[in-house]
Design a protein. Structure first.
Length: 248
């Protein structure tokens, strides 16, 4: 019905003094979900990994229509610095769909200048409350660094940027005399990268100091898919079904 004078509507609710019907008030847009705290985001990832390992995946229900609510922007709950290995996709391991994880992946889960800029963007502009540096057992990049340290292979110039940042973690793992130096090197590499991030940029350091950001190291175990958050989860690493040397 066109807006205007309508004798039959005179005196009825919603009719203005001039006789025109008053348009209904606009429907308020739903409020965006509250951004989780660092501790809440960490719990979401823990719960997601537990659900994944139980076979309770939510990702079978993910569809293109889920993108509709994300057209105006993104609010990821965590940034994941992971290895490029095809067996370690964070979205599947943490059971998270579109818009949930801001992911930087490179072989060996190290961080260069562009990777750091991506993390800073996620924290400073997307207000991401959690950064997880996630290595994995059976990592080919760590194995390559081990081979160089042990003198079993020369340093390939084309792989220097991948291997050199990992060598200190390999050396530290050897120094500790760990029962499985390969797994220990993976853990040390994740720890070192996470620690460096805490002071790599002033905005990250400030967010940590303000309690708005937490940076943690984690390892995904190849035999089980379990993600252990180093120095946070109690107990030893999960016992492998076979030696964790499933190198890429």
């Amino acid at each position: 019905m066109a807006w205007g004078w309508n004798r039959r509507s005179k005196g009825r609710p919603g009719v203005g003094t001039a006789g025109a019907e008053t348009p209904p008030p606009p429907v308020a847009a739903p409020a965006p979900p509250a951004r989780p705290t660092p501790a809440e985001a960490l719990k979401i990832l823990r719960d997601g990994n537990t659900a994944f390992r139980r076979g309770e995946s939510n990702l079978g229900h993910v569809s293109a229509t889920d993108l509709d609510s994300l057209q105006g922007g993104q609010q990821p709950i965590a940034t994941v610095v992971g290895c490029a290995d095809s067996r370690t996709p964070p979205t599947i391991l943490f059971n998270q769909g579109f818009g949930r994880l801001f992911i930087i992946r490179v072989a060996g889960n190290t961080v260069d200048r562009r990777g750091l800029a991506s993390i800073v963007y996620a924290v400073k502009h997307l207000h991401c409350p959690l950064v997880v540096v996630m290595g994995h057992t059976g990592c080919g990049a760590v194995a390559a660094a081990e081979a160089v340290v042990d003198g079993k292979a020369p340093l390939d110039p084309s792989l220097e940027e991948m291997i050199l940042p990992i060598i200190p973690a390999v050396l530290e793992a050897r120094r500790t005399g760990a029962a499985d130096p390969a797994v220990r090197a993976v853990e040390e590499n994740a720890r070192r990268v996470a620690y460096k991030l805490t002071t790599a940029d002033a905005s990250l350091a400030k967010a940590i100091a303000d309690g708005a950001l937490k940076v943690v190291a984690a390892v995904k175990y190849m035999h089980s898919g379990q993600v252990k958050f180093l120095d946070l989860d109690d107990g030893p690493a999960p016992a492998p079904e076979a030696r964790e040397r499933v190198h890429a």
